[in-house]
Design a protein around this ligand. Structure first.
Ligand code: NAD
Length: 353
């Protein structure tokens, strides 16, 4: 199979970390066709737009996007639609990337980086699937209006159609079936009608997956359980707003932003794969950024878009091995380990592969 990958390095540390991910991919015995294009601040500077037409066209012609990061403080005075971050929103919308995958995994060697006690997080391996294109963030009507008494009122609308819930529920069950076989659907069905429908539809979809154990949890309880006993979870599926908050909470259980990959998928398994961190302008160009989140994003791409679970596992095992060997970039450095730069970390992964 010829895997067509659109490579979008973006801004700041984006090009440095993407270079290492591409080196790792090229060490595997797979058939890639790579095309690169500017995005974010780099897109604006080269072609006048954070998501240039030509970049979007290239993305559409590919099977997956490997994305670095966007963000450039010197462009923050531009009108909102021309700011670098608009590129991600534009890609999500144009390519209908409705399912956001955020694994939170605690490596034994990095257990000290978590703000929770080691016994609470050691061995943690959860996957949060957040619906990405619906909910209160997009629901109409919304706005700020003036009431009869002259006071202003802000309002937004939480909405989910059955089909939107159903498709992300299927994604959740399928992901759980490939992992520990447990899916927890998170909602607020006790208070919100939208979430009552969410629970009904997820339960109905669940009958098609007898091999997956489904549970339901209210979002406030889930926020507590993630801190109290996060290892009880395998896969969590939830709506856009709850997922936004819970996935950030879960990522902090691991304590290391430079280690966390993510994916945003549509129903055809087309995916945008990116580290969860931003463009880190404070450390750009210094060869000190941690490339592992991007390397692990490439592994997710192999697993979810290209069905190459074996190759994904090879990369993930190589990352575990370099951590066990003591290699650390500055963000995860501890006394007694071996501090390396971006490229040297890529070298270490390649050496294991
Ligand atoms: P950030 O994630 O870029 O950086 C936060 C902190 O973490 C910084 O101190 C940075 O040096 C450090 N850090 C981040 N990634 C690292 C890595 N791989 N290795 C080592 N250290 C790392 O967040 P920010 O500083 O709030 O934002 C910077 C820019 O990135 C802004 O323009 C923001 O809008 C943008 N941003 C983009 C994305 C994205 O592209 N998906 C996500 C978040 C922020």
């Amino acid at each position: 199979m010829n895997m067509k990958i659109c490579v979008l390095p973006g801004d700041g540390i984006g090009p440095e970390i993407i270079t290492q991910a591409l080196r790792v991919l090229s060490a595997l015995d797979l058939n890639f066709e790579l095309t690169e294009a500017p995005v974010g601040g780099a897109g604006y500077r080269a072609l006048g737009h954070p998501l240039p037409e030509s970049t979007l066209r290239l993305a559409r012609q590919s099977d997956a996007i490997l994305f670095g990061a966007v963000g450039d403080f010197s462009l923050d005075t531009l009108p909102r639609e021309l700011r670098p971050e608009q590129a991600i929103l534009g890609l999500r919308k144009a390519l209908n990337l409705f399912a956001n995958f955020r694994p939170a995994l605690v490596y034994p060697e990095l257990v000290q980086a978590s703000s929770l006690r080691p016994e609470v997080v050691a061995g943690l391996d959860i996957l949060i699937i957040r619906e990405l294109t619906g909910d209160i963030y997009f629901g109409q009507p919304r706005g700020i209006r003036v009431l009869e008494n002259g006071e202003r009122e802000g309002f937004d609308t939480m909405r989910y159609s059955e089909s939107e819930i159903r498709r992300v529920a299927h994604v959740g069950f399928q992901a759980a079936a490939k992992r520990g076989g447990r899916l927890c659907s998170v909602d607020k069905a006790n208070v919100l009608d939208t979430m009552q429908l969410w629970r009904e539809v997820v339960s109905a979809v669940g009958r098609e997956y007898p091999g997956v154990e489904l549970s339901h949890m209210y979002v406030d309880n889930c926020a507590m359980q993630l801190l109290k006993n996060p290892k009880q979870f395998d896969v969590i599926v939830t709506g856009n707003m709850f997922g936004d908050i819970l996935s950030d909470e879960a990522s902090m259980l691991t304590g290391s932003i430079g280690m966390l990959p993510s994916a945003s998928l549509n129903e055809h398994k087309f995916g945008l794969y990116e580290p969860i961190h931003g463009s880190a302008p404070d450390i750009a160009g210094q060869d000190i950024a941690n490339p592992l989140a991007t390397i692990l994003s490439a592994a997710m791409m192999l697993r979810y878009t290209f069905n190459e679970a074996g190759s994904a596992e090879r990369i993930e095992a190589a990352v575990r091995k370099v951590l066990a060997q003591g290699f650390r970039t500055s963000d995860i450095f501890e006394p007694g380990t071996r501090q390396v730069g971006t490229r040297a970390m890529g070298d270490a992964v390649l050496a294991v592969l």
